[in-house]
Design a protein around this ligand. Structure first.
Ligand SMILES: Nc1ncnc2c1ncn2[C@@H]1O[C@H](COP(=O)(O)OP(=O)(O)O)[C@@H](O)[C@H]1O
Ligand SMILES: [Mg+2]
Length: 453
């Protein structure tokens, strides 16, 4: 039964509300003394507070502020006889959930109470989920607060305790592994094993026995029975990473194993049955691969029954600061340099950059910045050296030996290239490029003119 605290300095209103809410089977505590109400909030548990706004000595706004401190998750409804929009907006801005003017109808109150209690229950559920996440994962939580990540996490939390096969899609470094482990950690199999197979890392000829195991004598050299990953994941979760790389010859058998939870090991004449949850991940456009016949349609549809898309980091820029703060602290502690800070303009660059390698690339930059750091503050230089000389993974257009000693360019050539790189890295923004190069914007313009850029 929900417990409601009613506060109004007019006894009459306390009595009316108590009668109405009792009638709806709520447990009601009333008081005409708002200070007493604050004490009750300290000492007892309530699911909802309904409070008058204008009260002598200690008014509704003060009680709301007290609630914000001692019990921020308990919904708060304000009643007022002076129903001006202004006070309503103020109270809502300070955290009140709803606002009702006196005199009120019974049905208005009942509906408002019902809605408020629903919100309260959701708050509680969220708190429990966060707690659960923390307990089951330690510090391995998928960080992010952008709406797209929140929506994704809602799907994750819903699907985790089911037996659904989940396909995690996202560019490299977006956190597919992390999310798979998180789903396992929130599932009913969390006490069982988490077994990962990287379908891209194992040659097709070996992958079949790796997945399904083999019996003695299955092939020359198979001189004992060998358990496959499906079996090792029994009672837990099997994570098929980079499933887009699964060889065509294995796709049918894998689909069958996923659907029937039963398969023949190599060279075996008896089926093996397993009970494991299947998760898969891919950074490839599986749909395209299916259309061109490189990925089986039936396996594709089976996996796509519950896809989860992780957006690339460049589409959730607000999360960059959260990740930077977290990993600066984590690496700082790891390397004995706690309390590191990042310069605001360096953070601006981190935020502007589009991170083709996503969170993994960001972690690499931060790790080396922490390693190299002496002064306690991470500045722009850690980032500009990454952009100018760092990961060349995307640089198809880089000419071999461009700035390297084996094919020594003239100083002018090298400078021209550096300027071009800085401009590319800052998408043509001259102020940014100048900062990357450590020169002023007008100096950059001058050098560009010299180089005909
Ligand atoms: N949202 C996130 N919050 C915290 N760490 C993350 C997040 N996304 C990725 N990481 C970290 O980035 C690294 C790369 O993530 P990973 O799951 O291996 O990516 P993928 O499998 O998609 O290539 C890991 O160290 C992971 O813990
Ligand atoms: Mg991965």
């Amino acid at each position: 039964m929900s417990r409601i605290l009613v506060v109004d300095d007019e006894l009459r209103y306390c009595q009316i509300l108590e009668a109405m809410l009792h009638h709806e089977n709520y447990d009601v505590v009333t008081t005409t003394d708002s200070k007493q109400a604050a004490r009750l909030l300290d000492e007892q548990e309530f699911d909802l507070v309904i409070s008058d706004l204008r009260m002598s000595h200690y008014d509704g706004a003060e009680l709301l502020r007290h609630r914000n401190v001692v019990a921020p998750d308990i919904p708060f409804i304000v009643l007022t006889a002076y129903g001006t929009i202004k006070s309503a907006v103020e109270m809502v801005r300070e955290g009140a959930l709803d606002y009702l003017t006196k005199p009120f109808k019974e049905e208005t109150i009942v509906t408002a109470v019902r809605n408020a209690l629903r919100v309260g229950a959701l708050n509680e559920e969220n708190r429990n989920l966060r707690q659960l996440l923390k307990e089951s994962l330690g510090d391995m939580v998928f960080l992010g607060e952008t709406p797209s990540v929140k929506a994704m996490m809602e799907r994750v939390v819903k699907v985790a305790p089911t037996d659904f096969t989940v396909l995690i899609l996202g560019e490299t470094g977006t956190g597919k592994d992390l999310l798979a482990r998180q789903i396992h950690g929130l599932s009913n199999h969390r006490d069982g094993p988490f077994v990962k197979v990287n379908c891209a890392a194992i040659p097709a000829s070996l992958l079949e026995s790796e997945l399904f195991g083999y019996e003695r004598g299955a092939f020359s050299g198979a001189n004992h029975h060998h358990k496959g990953k499906f079996q090792m994941a029994h009672g837990g979760t099997l994570f098929l990473d980079e499933i887009g790389e699964l060889d065509a010859s294995l796709q049918a058998k894998t689909l069958q194993a996923i659907e029937e939870k039963r398969f023949y090991p190599l060279g075996g004449s008896n089926t093996v049955e397993v009970n494991c949850r299947i998760l898969a991940a891919s950074n490839r456009a599986l749909e395209q691969m299916m259309k061109t016949g490189r990925f089986r349609q039936d396996l594709y549809h089976r996996l796509m029954s519950f896809p989860i898309h992780i957006p690339p980091l460049r589409e959730r820029k607000e999360d960059i600061k959260i990740l930077v703060d977290h990993y600066l602290q984590a690496f700082g502690i790891e390397m004995g340099k706690p309390g590191l800070k990042i310069e605001p303009r360096a953070l601006d660059f981190f935020t502007d950059y589009d991170w083709p390698g996503n969170v993994r690339e960001l972690m690499n930059v931060l790790r080396s910045a922490v390693l190299m750091n002496r002064g306690g503050t991470i500045g722009l230089e850690s980032f500009s050296s990454h952009l100018l000389f760092g990961e060349e993974t995307e640089a198809e257009d880089a000419q071999p030996g461009s700035v390297l000693l084996n094919n020594l360019p003239t100083l002018a050539q090298a400078e021209r290239e550096l300027i071009q790189k800085a401009l590319q890295a800052s998408s043509g923004n001259k102020s940014q490029a100048a900062r990357l190069l450590g020169i002023t914007r007008s100096h950059l313009r001058y050098r560009m003119m010299l180089h005909n850029l």
